[in-house]
Design a protein. Structure first.
Length: 261
């Protein structure tokens, strides 16, 4: 799949203070365009909030970050235009009652209506339809998902997808817009080892094609750039910067009080 140039991502003393205390703080790192960055930490450690903050979808209170040369939190709206969300619970979840084809058709329609340039919108309808179909096919190929192999092909409901298939669909939907940055939450949640390896191979392939990838996980694989959201001990303690631990209640408060921009 032809991908746009990825977005560099960096942060300096980046943090979010919630009503009960810090959700994450002191995040400092730098990632080149096309990097695969693992945001590692246990559930409740602020990792999802950090993911949303770096994609311009949650306001922070400390330090600053840059995504694609756009400064956060000041230019959050511009960051949202170049960053796409894969699966993020409570934010960009798949509708279990929708079929695969319905999800793809809806995303292609929205992309064609709101994400296209004026020049594109003035093209003949048949040409725009063909371009949309080609974009969907490219996204599916990049995500490694062939609807024809599903139990009911494109008519398969999301509720009937395996966890890895649902991840591939979410990634494909995000890639339809050809973002410079892809953000994925809970990458390794409820996946056995073999499927976890396939999930990371998928995200690695997206990054290798040029799109920067931020992926939340409980344990990062080798050969990824790691930003941790909880303290580590022993040899790993000196490897990467960490953020302050928090609780599930503090993370929920951050969603409620800081808000998604």
């Amino acid at each position: 799949m032809e991908s746009p140039h990825g977005a560099a991502v960096s942060a300096e003393d980046f943090g979010l203070e919630g009503p009960r205390g810090p959700v994450f703080r002191n995040v400092t790192f730098s990632a080149e365009p096309g990097a695969l960055v693992a945001i590692e930490g246990p559930s409740g450690s602020g990792r999802t909030c950090l993911l949303l903050a770096l994609t311009g979808r949650m306001r922070t209170t400390e330090g600053h970050a840059e995504t694609g040369g756009l400064r956060l939190p000041k230019q959050a709206a511009a960051v949202r235009r170049i960053a796409a969300l894969g699966p993020v619970p409570g934010v960009s979840e798949l509708d279990p009652a929708f079929t695969v084809a319905e999800h793809l058709g809806e995303r292609a329609l929205l992309q064609g209506r709101y994400g296209a340039s004026l020049r594109t919108l003035l093209r003949p309808r048949a040409e725009r339809r063909a371009a949309a179909e080609a974009r969907v096919d490219e996204a599916l190929e990049a995500a490694g998902l062939d609807p024809a192999t599903l139990p009911k092909s494109g008519r398969t409901s999301v509720r009937d997808l395996e966890r890895l298939e649902a991840l591939r669909l979410s990634v494909a939907l995000a890639l339809i817009g050809k973002p410079r940055l892809l953000a994925v939450d809970d990458t390794d949640l409820k996946l056995p080892d073999a499927e976890r390896d396939r999930a990371w191979a998928l995200l690695r392939s997206v990054a290798d094609a040029g799109t920067t990838v931020l992926a939340v996980c409980s344990e990062a694989p080798e050969n990824t750039q790691v930003v941790r959201t909880a303290p580590v001990t022993g040899e790993r303690a000196a490897e990467e910067p960490t953020t302050a631990p928090t609780t599930d209640e503090e993370t929920a408060d951050a969603f409620a009080e800081a808000g998604r921009a």
